[in-house]
Design a protein around this ligand. Structure first.
Ligand SMILES: [Zn+2]
Ligand SMILES: [Zn+2]
Length: 180
């Protein structure tokens, strides 16, 4: 169970979204993330529940579904989640999405990926001012298995697990394109 909802034990933590203090006794949402200071360990980043509904809708939804904590404004939060969830970007690669613009080219075949078409996003190293940083690279679904040197079915399953905001029939179309 990665993410959590709990009553704040102290008033020392700040909300990662709005940067203000989370008062002692207020319900807070903890997103479990890798601990930057201690490799291999996990830690929580805290958010007010209404802030998380805006910024971390899918993670908060998971936590709301599994928590034993009584959340008084759950219905309100779920309404916000339903709206903000439509704009949320997945946080884990690889994932699939509809191309929001027609600017990206496929890393494999170098052809443009048309606006609105399904595309696969993978993590890639990008040069930024002499530093290698991690960013997103894009692929046509049909080009993705060969480029990533992964088995098409395995790759599709990973993508499916990370993808937000695609309907069943869109996922089926993606599977068709990737796996043939
Ligand atoms: Zn907040
Ligand atoms: Zn391609």
């Amino acid at each position: 169970m990665p993410h959590t909802i709990e009553s704040a034990k102290t008033g020392r933590a700040s909300c990662r979204t709005c940067k203000t203090t989370i008062d002692k006794g207020t319900l807070r949402f903890g997103e479990e993330v890798p601990n930057a200071f201690s490799p291999g360990e996990m830690t929580f980043q805290w958010h007010h529940l209404p802030c998380a509904a805006e910024k971390k809708p899918s993670a908060l939804k998971q936590a709301l579904e599994s928590t034993d904590v009584e959340v008084a404004d759950k219905e309100e939060l779920l309404k916000t989640i339903a709206i903000s969830g439509k704009k949320e970007k997945p946080s884990t690669f690889p994932y699939a999405e509809h191309a929001p613009t027609g600017r990206a080219s496929c890393m494999a075949c170098s052809e443009k990926i048309e606006k609105g078409d399904l595309r696969v996003a993978v993590e890639k190293e990008v040069e930024a001012g002499g530093f290698a940083q991690r960013g997103a690279g894009y692929l046509h679904p049909a080009c993705a298995p060969e480029h990533t040197e992964e088995d098409a079915v395995d790759l599709f399953e990973k993508i499916k697990a990370n993808t937000l905001n695609l309907e069943e029939d869109e996922l089926a179309a993606l599977e068709e394109e990737m796996c043939g």
